[in-house]
Design a protein around this ligand. Structure first.
Ligand code: 5RP
Length: 263
């Protein structure tokens, strides 16, 4: 791997091989998402605990201090909204020059396997990888499932992750599911997990994260289950315990309960 590519990846994936990315890109199709109305205020207490920030260029420039930012994964796809006809109809909306100008550690885009726009999103991924390889910029593929969350099984997510890796993604973001080892084992590049809508209980989050890490995920790209919580710093510290300190679910719960008091 070329020096620049390896250097950028090592900013995001820590020396233990693990990572915790904080995504705040939801507004690019959802608008002012609950608790992310003012992204700068939401993330300010969370920045010390994030190994990376997944964000659009607009929010990066408007809400993130360039002198105090974790490494950035720039969201470069979009073009749809939750009130439009089809969330899967995305294109690349940001240039690689812009990624270089913003000194990002990686770029990220969504692919929509099985949708009407499967072909477009996969060809866009291939083109993005072609361009980013010239500049040593890693691409994170986001295996989006749109409104059809019932597709969250290992067969479907394993298919999406493998295809993303085949197209040259250096990291793949997907959702946790039963038999998560099948997803990871079929994907030759590192896999990180997102959370989707906020879970009913905090234990559910610790359980799926712990299970996913045991089964080979290298970390998280977890948004709503962090910043929609009333104690997001405590959540992040407990999850960092699982990711970086080999904490069990029970140990994560203890960290969470203790940290809640200071949060
Ligand atoms: C939105 C995304 C998000 O980055 C991803 O879904 C992670 O956030 P969450 O944990 O809230 O699902 O790609 O399109």
């Amino acid at each position: 791997m070329d020096w620049g590519m390896e250097n950028r990846l090592s900013r995001l994936i820590k020396s233990d091989g693990r990572c915790f990315f904080l995504p705040i890109d939801h507004g690019y199709f959802q608008g002012p998402t609950n608790r992310l109305e003012k992204p700068g205020e939401t993330i300010s207490p969370l920045i010390p605990y994030a190994d990376g920030l997944f964000v659009t260029r607009g929010i990066l420039r408007a809400c993130v201090d360039p002198r105090n930012s974790p490494p950035v994964i720039l969201r470069v796809s979009g073009g749809t909204s939750i009130i439009g006809p089809d969330l899967s109809h995305e294109a690349i909306t940001t240039s690689v020059q812009e990624a270089v100008r913003l000194n990002v550690a990686a770029v990220g885009m969504s692919i929509f396997v099985g949708s009407d726009y499967e072909f477009d999103s996969l060809v866009n991924l291939g083109k993005l990888v072609n361009e980013c390889e010239n500049y040593g910029i890693p691409v994170m593929a986001v295996t989006a499932v749109g409104k059809e969350m019932e597709k969250r099984d290992s067969r479907y997510l394993g298919l999406c992750c493998r295809i993303a890796a085949e197209f040259g993604a250096k990291v793949v973001k997907t959702y946790w599911c039963e038999d998560f080892d099948k997803v990871v084992n079929g994907c030759p590049v590192p896999v990180v997990m997102a959370g989707g809508p906020k879970c009913e209980t905090q234990r559910e989050v610790f359980e799926f994260v712990h299970d996913g890490i045991q089964k080979g995920a290298i970390g998280l790209n977890l948004g709503r289950n962090v910043w929609q919580h009333n104690h997001p710093v405590a959540v992040m510290k407990a999850l960092r315990g699982i990711i970086h300190e080999k904490a069990s679910v029970e140990e994560a719960e203890d960290i969470f309960e203790n940290e809640k008091k200071n949060d």
